[in-house]
Design a protein around this ligand. Structure first.
Ligand SMILES: CC(C)(COP(=O)(O)OP(=O)(O)OC[C@H]1O[C@@H](n2cnc3c(N)ncnc32)[C@H](O)[C@@H]1OP(=O)(O)O)[C@@H](O)C(=O)NCCC(=O)NCCS
Length: 220
């Protein structure tokens, strides 16, 4: 997340349908518009320009932005960011999902994923939620959908995430989702004039397949 920057064809899918249908999703499908993915608490969908005010209220706060690349500070800034996410998605390099909590229609956070090499063999993901939604299960619900999307729909082989060592919640969230801590990238993230160390977390395709099996066993 730290290094990552910060409508409407909505094919509604539930989480099982995403897993089943993902093999049919081609690269060009998600480039045109991201699938709408439903979890148990949240729906993930493409960003809309109308999400700008709620994203500003949710993400442009000191506690959310403390360990991530600075988010825009105005509605217009978020609108430019949203337009940029659509261009990058259309180019097939990046995808950004809005997090919409059940019973509402506005984005309260983001999950981003970008290729680190042409062809998406290795990708990086990042996320941010408005602090009222921390500790509510929204993160884990959305994270599973995004990880499934990365491996199943895009065909990622290795999914990386970076979290500043001091970012207790960010590191705790990655551990919880099943990522493996590979090491510390020393002084790799410049924030407020200071170089911070980051933990490198990864999920590789074998890990993901095991996670899916465990989830299936829990369901049956
Ligand atoms: C990262 C983020 C999306 C995670 O969402 P969340 O709702 O806070 O995450 P959760 O509460 O589900 O999980 C965080 C875990 O870290 C644990 N945790 C919290 N503070 C911690 C700390 N200081 N040290 C260690 N673990 C901590 C929590 O207890 C929780 O684990 P548990 O559910 O087993 O108790 C959210 O905190 C956020 O938006 N933060 C700001 C943006 C950001 O830093 N993004 C991450 C960049 S990598």
């Amino acid at each position: 997340m730290e290094k990552m920057p910060f409508r409407d064809s909505e094919q509604t899918m539930d989480v099982q349908a995403v897993i089943q249908a993902a093999s049919q999703l081609t690269t060009s499908d998600w480039r045109q518009s991201l699938p709408v993915m439903k979890g148990t608490k949240v729906t993930l969908r493409d960003l809309r320009l109308s999400d700008a005010p709620s994203l500003l209220a949710m993400l442009a706060t000191e506690e959310v932005a403390r360990f991530i690349s600075p988010p825009p500070t105005t509605v217009e800034g978020f609108e430019r960011f949203i337009a940029w996410t659509h261009r990058e998605r259309a180019a097939g390099r990046y995808a950004c999902f809005a997090v919409v909590v059940d019973g509402t229609d506005t984005a309260v956070g983001l999950f981003q994923i970008r290729q680190l090499e042409p062809g998406w063999g290795t990708a990086e993901w990042g996320f941010a939620l408005g602090s009222p939604y921390w500790g509510t299960g929204v993160f884990l619900d959305g994270a599973r959908l995004v990880v499934d999307f990365a491996f199943e729909a895009i065909g990622v082989h290795r999914l990386e995430a970076r979290a500043a060592v001091q970012n207790g919640r960010g590191n705790g969230a990655l551990r919880k989702v099943g990522a493996v801590q590979e090491g510390v990238l020393r002084k790799s993230f410049l924030r407020n004039g200071e170089y911070l160390d980051q933990v490198l977390w990864t999920i590789v395709d074998e890990d993901w397949r095991q996670m899916v099996e465990v989830r299936k066993e829990r369901v049956h």
